[in-house]
Design a binder for this molecule. Sequence first.
Ligand code: UFG
Length: 340
Amino acid sequence: MKVLVTGGAGYIGSHTICELLDHGMEVVSADNFQNAVPETFERIEAITGQKVVNENLDLSEVKACQILFEQHPDITAIIHFAARKAVGESVEKPLVYYRNNLNSTINLLHFGTLAGVKHLVFSSSCTVYGNPGNQPVDEDSPVGNIESPYGYTKMMGEQILRDHIHSHPSFSGISLRYFNPVGAHPSGKLGELPLGKPNNLVPFITETAIGLRPCLEVFGADYDTPDGTPIRDYVHVVDIAKAHVQALLHIQQSDQRERFEVFNLGTGKGMSVLEIIQAFEQATGVALNYRFSPRRAGDVETIYANADKAAQVLKWQPEYSLETMMASAWKWQQHLANQR
Ligand code: UFG
């Protein structure tokens, strides 16, 4: 099986490539390094011993996407990670997000199907559930009331895939709704690499701990949660990566029940921001400098997953503990510091 991984130099894409190669799958990446660096492929090679071909092109451009499939006519499946993903930026530049994230999905489905691709795994997010009332959230929970254009591109991406599959009986797809992927490869050689100031909690924690940032701001201590800080479902990025392998194996089975399926990927455990800080301090022995700040616009109070469906259908279960998530993120941050 030859798999096109879009956004292969990104955080989840790069970890997924390692898992795909580990399972003997052939991989080609398409990444234009808009929010990633080419060195990621050297890191993947250091871990797997294999060189990955990357096509540096903009998938939201029709011609570029067409050429990609002409150059790689033997692709059988696509895992589509490539997207802009900064929630706040998407509120400021909605058209940039809709143009990039939706056009790339449309182009991949169009030219991929013409080229004989049979499957697409879509990188979605728990953000599609908006601000859900009942916890944990399962796949039947309503989607909508989303806080950002970024989130709407994920909801619309799922809909585009669903409709495409409906009109193409030979095509099937899976949408994976990630909760909060964190941590890094156990080798310490691959991890999240935010360019500039991190938006997400764990990279901000590790950059603060190593001294790149003076202080972590905890956005809001007045939520209706046990310690007043928001609750999320943090899941190790390698577990998330492994779910993509399971999704590809499942999707190829001719007895796949539905040709379009949606799965939550989370641990099912809700953790507050303060609990994450504590877990980091315990796992690493490093005291973190933090202070409380006002709430961040668009943050939901609580969301964590019911991921039973992924366990039953994909035979996927997260294996890594919260301690390992924190320790591996820290190992990666230290690895980066040693390289500077
Ligand atoms: N947080 C802080 N300080 C920071 C960064 C984050 O207190 O410097 C808090 C946030 O307020 C939130 C929690 O840490 O309560 C987690 O924030 P992240 O930014 O790490 O993650 P989010 O849950 O906001 O975002 C994630 C994905 C998005 C996705 C969203 C859906 O990163 O892509 O879930 O809920 F859209």
